[in-house]
Write a protein that binds this ligand. Structure first.
Ligand code: GLN
Length: 478
């Protein structure tokens, strides 16, 4: 195994023991990008200058024997919907193709403070709308494990970059599953924290009441460490929780004796592939062996999650995306005769089909006469979903289910059927509706060699329990 294939924990060890310099680790990472990314399509742009500047600082620190911040020197890929000064931040949309960030997102500020070299900006479904990364306006992303398959979306580039060893860790955003789904399809650990744990300042908004930034890693500990770097209160984001993020790493490796695990039977039935089920059931046995008690739980309101999401997320998106009008930033049409024409032509040229579909759906749901029937009803239903989670978390500590009913599907196979594509997120969306933390961690492979992900969810603010559970699953499967 070469150094770029190792985990962040192992790479840090190698840096500290001077087996390798941070600059050399970066060289190898860029060589790999050179070799593989033309096929994979994980990156929209590279940020070499900043990455090398940072790696040099890390090497100087190590040389001087100074303490090394968490994740320092570990090559990281950033989803291209997060602002970083001087970098293109496109959200994989034509409307922002030439947009250069004038400021840093709070997560980027934190990465910079910790001397994490940001390698580049990763491809995504346009404005994070999609489940396969085939909605990027620039190019598709391929799954590095089998390039005929999708990597999952919308953070497909962030997942693929780590799976293809073109970065060691990455950041994605998750509105309805966009971290967990690609983590599941690419064989990584991907983690959506509690809503408000990580600042969204500088993240291009999709659906603000659901959006959350989170990490991808090759193992649970990598994801936990990266979370530790980015979590915490931020006065620039009014939804950011004003409380310390807690120390996740110190309790990560504790045992889970007596942990109460609920298996969501509603997500284990129809449409779940046999190989997915087999591997998920096997990981539940692992939990039992580690001392957890397991029982089945029913959550009947979850069947409404997709319907609720596609009213609320599109409503919020239609409002958030109103700012892209050709006036302040991004693309502006040429030769419009008047202001209204400028707006409409700019947006018609700049947005892709899926984004337009969402804006139309959301505008419809918010329009007078339909507002009560759709938006208000969906808000009420969202509360019922949250109530159901509150009820089950009185009985169990964590919930498990397949992250997705299937493994990664073939490129192009769901493009003509938006509904089939939307159903990919049947297991993940509920966590965003309830604001609870959730992760996906690999638990095996299907008969074609594609990874299977186990989703674990827990109650708000219990990231430590979530990650410890995942750590024990990973350990038990080794
Ligand atoms: N696939 C879902 C959607 O298209 C979720 C996307 C996300 O989490 N950003 O809306």
């Amino acid at each position: 195994m070469t150094i770029i294939e190792k985990t962040a924990v192992e790479q840090r060890q190698a840096l500290l023991s001077k087996e390798i310099k941070a600059v050399e680790l970066l060289d190898l990472t860029y060589e790999q990008i050179e070799k593989r990314d033309e096929e994979i399509g994980a990156y929209n742009s590279l940020t070499k200058e900043y990455a090398y500047e940072t790696a040099k600082k890390v090497d100087e620190k190590i040389e001087k024997g100074e303490e090394l911040p968490l994740m320092a020197g570990i090559p990281l890929a950033l989803k291209d919907n997060m602002n970083m000064i001087g970098s293109y931040t496109t959200a994989s949309s034509k409307i922002l193709e030439n947009y250069v960030s004038p400021y840093d997102a709070t997560v980027v500020v934190k990465l910079k403070e910790n001397l994490v070299p940001i390698v580049g900006k990763t491809n995504l479904d346009e404005f994070a709308m999609g489940s396969s990364n085939e909605n990027s306006a620039f190019k598709i992303v391929r799954n590095p494990i089998n390039t005929k398959k999708v990597p999952g979306g919308s953070s497909g580039g962030s997942a693929a970059s780590v799976a293809a060893f073109e970065a060691t860790v990455s950041l994605g955003s998750d509105t309805g599953g966009s971290i967990r789904l690609p983590a599941s399809f690419c064989g990584l650990t991907g983690f959506k924290p509690t809503y408000g744990r990580v600042s969204r300042y500088g993240l291009i908004a999709f659906a603000s009441s659901l959006d959350q930034i989170g990490p991808f890693g090759r193992c649970v500990e990598d994801a936990a460490a990266l979370y530790q770097v980015i979590a915490g209160h931020d006065m620039h984001d009014s939804t950011s929780l004003d409380m310390p993020a807690g120390d996740i790493l110190s309790s990560l490796k504790q045992d889970i004796k007596g942990l109460k695990v609920g298996v969501i039977t509603d997500l284990m039935q129809e449409g779940v592939e046999e190989d997915v089920k087999k591997n998920v059931l096997n990981s539940i046995e692992v939990l039992k062996k580690a001392g957890a008690t397991v029982k089945e739980v029913k959550m009947p309101t979850l069947k409404y999650a997709i319907g609720i999401y596609y009213v609320l997320a599109t409503a919020e998106a239609s409002s958030n995306l109103a700012r892209f009008d050709g006036v302040r930033y991004g693309h502006r049409t040429k030769g419009a005769e008047n202001l209204l024409e400028m707006y409409t032509k700019t947006r018609a040229e700049g947005f892709g089909d899926e984004v337009k579909r969402r804006i139309m759906l959301g505008t419809y749901a918010l329009s007078s006469g339909y507002y009560d029937a759709y938006y208000k009803k969906a808000q009420q239903m969202r509360r019922l979903v949250k109530n159901e989670f509150d009820r089950v978390f009185k009985e169990v500590d964590v919930l498990v289910s397949p992250t997705c009913p299937t493994t990664a599907f073939d490129l192009g196979s769901r493009n003509d059927d938006p509904l089939a594509m939307y159903l990919t997120d049947i297991g993940t969306i509920c966590a965003n509706l309830a604001g609870i933390p959730a992760l996906s961690t690999p638990v095996g492979f299907d008969r074609e060699g594609m990874p299977v992900g186990l989703q674990i969810m827990t109650d708000v603010l219990k990231e430590d329990v979530l990650l410890r559970t995942a750590y024990n699953v990973e350990l038990g499967l080794k």
